[in-house]
Each structure stands twice: as structure tokens, then as C-alpha cells.
Design a binder for this molecule. Structure first.
Ligand SMILES: Nc1ncnc2c1ncn2[C@@H]1O[C@H](COP(=O)(O)OP(=O)(O)OP(=O)(O)O)[C@@H](O)[C@H]1O
Ligand SMILES: [Mg+2]
Length: 266
């Protein structure tokens, strides 16, 4: 049975879709059969990051409403043959997701895939609860600023209250991803550091992704940064994928002032 991994956040625009795309590529490169689903109804993004927007015919709502079957809607990635993508619908009706239909869809996918990555809308959007209620694991993305961290903290509370696992007395595995960290800004006291964020969220860390202007270029090209051998952010995504499958890999020493990372982690 496949594992459902939901990539989520409190605040919008913190890097969920970018992480979902690169993590999914990473997991598939590590030999897992992966499907990544865009649950951000009305706003398509993931297709652009993966470079698959021209291949879309059907979407996740078409599958749930029975207008096509799953194999008609699933799009195979161009590079990673183990990776499939299920696009979001562009309907303006954001409340179209139905709890039971989401459940049936995910149960179906679990039979065929090792990992089901859900790119969730931000915590305040409708559709958010549908993307977390069946999660086995949640990756909570935050940028290192007070408002994003505060919103992430709220979302953690919602996951603990509203997920199916929580209702059954179990716990959704939760990890924090800190995105867009700028070591110089942390050093000069103008940005929260890793430990500051972890102190507030009180959850284990699974990755720190540096701020990297190449990410915007890679999205424009429709080629995930993952494949860029010179990018520190790409290396961060590779390490997150490895940690998700249980490998114990050290955290990246981000370039910045020397010794910065060591100090953060004691
Ligand atoms: N590490 C990074 N360095 C630089 N830019 C980044 C980084 N991560 C994401 N971005 C940029 O930030 C913007 C938002 O990223 P993304 O779409 O992944 O966020 P999101 O959380 O999915 O947003 P939404 O809540 O709207 O779905 C994009 O322009 C993306 O290219
Ligand atoms: Mg997004």
C-alpha cells in the first residue's frame, strides 16, 4: 500500500509546489513509483514546474466525477518514467472536492503507487482540509519569517485535529521544511534561523532549502531544479527525498559565512 505525503503550509507562496515537484522527481529517481497530485483547485502551478502543462487533457475532478478513468488522466513525466502527475482542475468552484470521492481516489492510487505526493493549497484555502485528512505524513513548509511560521503552527494544529489518523487515535508524521533561507541574513540578525523556527514549531526538521534565484528560471523552463548539478537548492531537494525514504543524510552546509550551519546545530 502506498503512502500519502501531503506538502502543506499555513501561508501561501512559501514553496509547496516547488517542493512537491522536486521531491516527487527525487523519490522517483530513488526507485519509487510516485504520483504527484495538484490539489490547488483553480490555480495550476505544478504542471508548469514539471513542464507538463501541454499534456493536460483531464484533471483530478474529471476522475472523481467519473468523466474519465485514472489512466486517462495520469500524465507520465518526460524524464522520470516512475513519476506520474494528476493535474488540478481549473474550475472556479473551489469547493468542488468531495470528501468521499477524495478518499476513493486516494485508495485507488495507493494500490498502484509507492508514494502519493499531494501538493496542497495554503491552510486558509478551501481544499486544504481535503488534502490533509488522509495524509500518512505531512511536510509543513515555512519560510523563515514570523508570519509564515505562525501560520504554519496553526496548520499543525489543524492536522492534529482533523486528519483521519488523528480521529483514529493515531498520529500523522509531521516534519518541517524551511524554504528560502538566506545564511547572510540570518547571520546579520535579519532573518529567523533554523533553530528559531524549530523552537516555535516543535517538530523535527527534514530539510532546509536556500533561497535560489535559479528556481524561478527553472520554473519558467518547466524543468525542475532537481536536475541542476550546481544548485544548492537542488542538493537540498535531493537530500529531502532521501530522508523521506528513511535515509540518514546530513544537512547541507549552506554557503554563507563560514561555520554558520555548524553553529545553528550546535
Ligand atoms: N528556495 C527558493 N528560492 C527562490 N525562490 C523560490 C524558492 N522556493 C520557491 N520559490 C519561488 O517562490 C514562488 C512561490 O513558490 P511555490 O509556487 O512553490 O509556492 P506555493 O507554496 O506552492 O504557493 P501557493 O500557496 O500559491 O500554492 C515561486 O515563484 C517560486 O519560484
Ligand atoms: Mg502551490
Amino acid at each position: 500500500m502506498g503512502e500519502v505525503i501531503t506538502v502543506t503550509s499555513g501561508k501561501g507562496g512559501v514553496g509547496k509546489s516547488t517542493l512537491s515537484a522536486n521531491l516527487s522527481v527525487g523519490l522517483s529517481e530513488l526507485g519509487k513509483k510516485v504520483v504527484v497530485i495538484d490539489f490547488d483547485i483553480g490555480l495550476r502551478n505544478l504542471d508548469m514546474i514539471l513542464g507538463l502543462e501541454n499534456r493536460i487533457v483531464y484533471d483530478v475532478i474529471d476522475v472523481m466525477e467519473g468523466r474519465c478513468n485514472l489512466s486517462q488522466a495520469l500524465i507520465n513525466d518526460k524524464k522520470s518514467k516512475n513519476l506520474y502527475f494528476l493535474p488540478a482542475s481549473q474550475t472556479s468552484d473551489k469547493d468542488i472536492l468531495d470528501r468521499n470521492k477524495v478518499k476513493i481516489l486516494l485508495e485507488d492510487l495507493k494500490k498502484d503507487f509507492d508514494m502519493i505526493v499531494i501538493d496542497s493549497p495554503a491552510g486558509i484555502e478551501s481544499g486544504f482540509e481535503h488534502s490533509i485528512f488522509l495524509a500518512d505524513r505531512a511536510l509543513i513548509v515555512s519560510t523563515p519569517d514570523v508570519s509564515a511560521v505562525r501560520d504554519a503552527d496553526r496548520v499543525i494544529g489543524i492536522i492534529d485535529a482533523k486528519s483521519e489518523k488523528a480521529k483514529n487515535g493515531e498520529e500523522v508524521q509531521k516534519h518541517v521544511v524551511i524554504n528560502r533561507l538566506n545564511p547572510e541574513m540570518v547571520d546579520s540578525g535579519n532573518m529567523l534561523g533554523v533553530e528559531d523556527v524549530l523552537n516555535i514549531l516543535a517538530l523535527p526538521l527534514i530539510g532546509v532549502i536556500p533561497d535560489d534565484s535559479k528556481i524561478i528560471t527553472s520554473t519558467n523552463k518547466g524543468e525542475p531544479i532537481y536536475y541542476d548539478n550546481e544548485s544548492e537548492a537542488a542538493e537540498a531537494y535531493r537530500r529531502i527525498a532521501k530522508r523521506v525514504i528513511g535515509e540518514d543524510v546530513p544537512f547541507l552546509e549552506l554557503k554563507g559565512k563560514k561555520g554558520f550551519f555548524k553553529r545553528l546545530f550546535g
